[in-house]
Design a protein around this ligand. Sequence first.
Ligand code: BDR
Ligand code: CA
Length: 310
Amino acid sequence: KIPLLIDTDPGVDDALALLMAFADERHDVVGLTVAAGNVGLDYTVRNALKLCEVAGREDVPVFAGAPDPLVYPAEDAAHVHGRDGFGDVELPAAARAVEAEHAALAILRLSHQHAGELLLVALGPLTNIALALKLDPTLPQRVKRFLVMGGAITGHGNITPVAEFNIAFDPEAAHIVFTAFPHIEVADWEATVAHGLLHRNVEQWLAADTDKARFYELISRQTRLWSEDSRGEYWYAADALAMAWALQPEGATKVERRPLAIEMAGGRTRGATVVDWNRQTGAADNTTLLIGYDRERFERQVQRALGLVS
Ligand code: BDR
Ligand code: CA
């Protein structure tokens, strides 16, 4: 099996992505490193532990990372995910505690343990991975594939006009990561919007009589209502699409390779992902950008994660 390490800030769409990863028979989740982002670190850690419990995967270690972005404070996304990040439904906390090891150290240790094999997937701000890189710049040599949910590759952002949340939350960390790794697969916000899930389908799947569907219906209810009110008939599950591609790369129908750099300054553009579409800078193609993914495959992966199909 392919060892899979997930850095995440759960988060309603993170939760679906994690269920997808647990349900995939070709991958073995070797750890969850938790970032602050959608909500504060106390909540994202609590949610990661809870999700493992619900999925029956308490064997997967959970590591807490940095509580804040590297340099400047950032706003969370509680307006989307709920104050507690899981829809404010007052879930009892998981029985298990978080590991003592820091997330950045766990990333480095697991990269040694699975050197040359590791699939690293980042579903939140890149703070923990940036810290790991500062401690040990040789990390990329041991990672086989690295996939990031983040960015807005033609400048249609979700948190500012041009920036996407995960990158805008910690642009300095994103800069460290995108300059250190020679190659990153990027599933951005615009790919998310191009692969929305119809609310009426999601509602039907979530009505299924499985523990995972029941749990997910509950924690996602508030964010789905918000999404329907503010964005219309499609639900944009960013992290789920990124995870679909990570787990089944053969599902990609179109990708583009291009140089990508992070804007850290800018009166209006901080956190933008600047893609050199016309290759004017002479920089290397450091990213593969997801443009198209087989929609039916994605929907099957989501249904499988919820326990609807085997
Ligand atoms: C990303 O931001 C978060 O709110 C989601 O969990 C996702 O990772 C989408 O911009
Ligand atoms: Ca996320």
